[in-house]
Design a protein around this ligand. Structure first.
Ligand code: 6R9
Length: 696
């Protein structure tokens, strides 16, 4: 009977062996069922608490439509959201405050790269995130800033509005106009949030650069978006270590003629040198007025550009616009986390990533709840940092990465035991595939089997959560490690090597999205052609995710990881070509190839195979130099676990590097190279294997 619905078969197709068979599905119906032939493991006799199950009332603007059409379940509403896409999004858009209503819900043609939502509509994002809540209660807490040294600062909606207005006026003083780019290079802090919202207030475009990126990465991003202004701090402290932000900005802006002003927040006592274009941020804010009327903006005016790695050497600037992005981020948060007024949302990501943009800043503030700004690291000052933060801040929804979870579970339960985690309601995951051990630990040890685990799949490009367990009903199960169900209006399709699969056909393949949605990217900043080429041309009319996935017979999804040259290290995207470029810039390197291998904590680790120029012998400095180069041109997290000097790389007769073979070597799978007939010279592998075995 039910055996067909086990994902095991589909898993097997992509070589996932143990995923399903060792685990027991959670949150199924009250009656235990048996899944799978061999194991016959019963479900945990737990169901989604009734309050979490989807009800149309969770979509405020849509409730009446649902009643009219008799829609009750997730399946009803999901089908309706595809069949009556315009009506669905038009109703949901009522959750935003509009200055002028839109006349057209969508005008999209993915074949041509045309994406437009809520045309004719006018609004201001910062007003949606601040003013409307201040009007109700200015003292409501907007931000809980958990600084690097454990301790919290509270900031009310009223205060945040004041800071935002002061910052907006300060930017105007620096001649920032609508459509100009402002680069924010700050740690996760109220000043960073105020900077983002200040841009939104005046129609400027923000580019937040993760304050762990090198000066070269910063320079490339500033040059690409032609930022007029940089907002930074003299230095920041993260995990107890100081990062000289201002000095890194100085190095970067030397080659950035568009930058006219650098605002410097004095975060620590450390004095620095000031150049002519530097302005002390606190002085400027003190002098600025605390009132700034929000600019009336078009739905499709740009909101921000965020750079992310792709398969080429240069990260691309993903462009998001006003209304569609804000609506999508806010609505997904509301539904997937079953958000209630007055709750504390603990997305502990850095604001430099899309997760920070959508679920630290825009969604929680649009929804008028309290959001946590976590400035530290999971292990500082000890592995109980997350849990002590949950306890002190009474976090209701925790949203973290599998990497953080894996790094913490290694230290055992003792770090969790002494903390009161009873405030928790939902346990979110994002960023990379999660392994069973980590999933179960999260559910058992952190959630005490009380809180649903929501493994959410999405991307910088999708703007918000696209596949997740909890747009669903309480009648549905949640399987460990599966992202489960598409959000409303999202139409995922799986393509295996032959064809597009029928829905629910127990398939493994590559994931596409077959129609536009309001939160999707609008383009690659400054490069229209690359947008269509990168995302919309593989299967015209469909958005290409670059991820592999499994769809079960029941229409549940599991995301298995990237199928392109993007590697996911600790939940951060990294292009192999970026790392290779950095290595190749060393004068003694002839060429290199970077591949990934499974890593217990980081998910994927990097292995670099490096060929030196003829006249050069490796010495003890070389590997150190290469690591320095990578840190200097990208960031510390891009430094490979292993850098191996080899006499040559395996190539095809036509000269293409056979990464597949290097990947197998890096996994110590020297027995199953498969078909090597295209290899230029079969003897070439032995010295590479030997070099690798010396490292591990
Ligand atoms: C939000 C974010 C996107 C890539 C994506 C995929 C991986 C994200 C995942 C997941 C498996 C999940 N990814 N969530 N893989 N399960 N729940 O992380 O955006 O930094 O752009 O990364 O991350 O490979 O393509 P971004």
């Amino acid at each position: 009977g039910k055996a067909a619905s086990t994902p095991a078969k589909a898993y097997a197709k992509v070589g996932i062996e143990r995923e399903y068979s060792t685990s027991t599905p959670c949150f199924a119906n009250d009656k235990p069922k048996h899944y799978g032939k061999k194991e016959g493991a019963p479900c945990r006799n737990v169901r989604v608490p009734e309050e979490y199950g989807f009800k149309p009332g969770m979509l405020p603007g849509f409730e009446n439509v649902a009643r009219e059409h008799g829609l009750k379940t997730y399946k009803d509403v999901y089908r309706f959201s595809l069949e009556h896409n315009d009506l669905f999004w038009e109703s949901c858009a009522k959750m935003l405050n509009w200055k002028e209503p839109f006349h057209t819900v969508q005008d999209c043609d993915l074949k041509k790269g045309k994406v437009g939502w809520f045309l004719g509509g006018k609004l201001n994002v910062s007003e949606n995130c601040l003013d409307r809540h201040v009007a109700e209660d200015p003292n409501k807490i907007a931000l809980l800033w958990e600084k690097d040294e454990p301790g919290t600062v509270q900031i009310s909606y009223g205060q945040l509005l004041e800071w935002t207005c002061k910052m907006a006026n300060t930017l105007k003083q620096a001649r920032v106009q609508k459509g100009d780019c402002v680069c924010v290079y700050l740690p996760t802090s109220p000043m960073a949030v105020a900077s983002m919202l200040a841009c939104a207030r005046i129609g400027a475009i923000h580019t937040v650069v993760f304050a762990g990126f090198s000066s070269e990465s910063l320079r490339d991003r500033i040059q690409n978006c032609k930022a007029k202004v940089v907002i930074t701090a003299n230095e920041m402290i993260r995990g107890g270590k100081s990062i000289p932000l201002k000095q890194l900005v100085d190095d970067a802006v030397k080659d950035c003629p568009t930058v006219k002003t650098v605002f410097v927040e004095q975060r620590t006592k450390k004095e620095g040198r000031y150049a002519k274009h530097d302005v002390a941020l606190t002085d400027a804010l003190d002098a600025a007025s605390a009132e700034c009327a929000p600019e009336v903006l078009d739905s499709e005016d740009p909101l921000f550009v965020l750079y992310t790695s792709g398969s080429t050497g240069k990260p691309k600037g993903v462009l998001h616009t006003q209304a569609g992005y804000l609506l999508y981020a806010a609505l997904t948060q509301k539904v997937v986390f079953n958000l209630k007024p007055g709750e504390v949302f603990g997305c502990l990501a850095d604001i430099g990533w899309i997760t920070g943009h959508s679920y630290v800043v825009y969604a929680p503030l649009a929804n008028g709840i309290t959001t946590v700004l976590f400035e530290s690291t999971p292990n500082y000052p000890s592995p109980s940092r997350y849990w002590s933060t949950v306890e002190r801040l009474k976090i209701n929804h925790l949203y973290i990465s599998p990497t953080a979870l894996r790094s913490l579970l290694r230290h055992g339960k003792s770090h969790v035991k002494n903390h009161d985690l009873s405030s928790l309601r939902t346990l979110g995951l994002v960023g990379e595939p999660v392994n069973h051990e980590a999933w179960e630990w999260y559910y058992d040890v952190i959630g005490q089997r009380r809180c649903p685990v929501v493994d959410t799949w999405w991307q910088t490009e999708t703007g918000g959560i696209s596949i997740a367990p909890l747009p669903g009903d309480s009648a549905d199960p949640i399987y460990p490690g599966m992202a489960m169900r598409p959000f409303f209006g999202i139409e995922p399709v799986v393509k295996n090597s032959e064809a597009f699969a029928d829905h629910g056909s127990d398939q493994a393949g590559v994931l596409y999205v077959a129609r536009p949605w309001p939160g999707m990217l609008r383009g690659i900043y400054g490069d229209e052609e690359r947008f269509v080429e990168t995302y919309l041309s593989e299967k015209p009319g469909c958005y290409t995710t670059g991820d592999g996935c499994v769809e079960t017979a029941d229409g549940y999804f599991k995301i298995t990881g990237r199928v392109d040259d993007v590697i996911n290290v600790s939940g951060h995207r990294l292009g192999t070509a970026e790392v290779e470029n950095a290595i190749d810039s060393h004068g003694k390197v002839a060429e290199s190839a970077v591949v990934s291998f499974p890593h217990l904590v980081k998910g994927e680790g990097l292995a670099a195979f490096v060929v030196l120029t003829d006249d050069y012998e490796a010495d003890e400095h070389l590997v150190k130099d290469l690591k320095g180069l990578i840190k200097h041109s990208i960031a510390s997290y891009a430094i490979p676990e292993e850098i191996v000097i080899v006499p040559h790389l395996p190539k095809t007769r036509s000269g293409k590097i056979m990464r597949r073979l290097l990947k197998l070597i890096a996994q110590n799978k020297n027995e199953d190279f498969g078909d090597t007939s295209t290899l230029q010279d079969p003897d070439i592998l032995k010295p590479i294997i030997d070099a690798w075995s010396k490292t591990t």
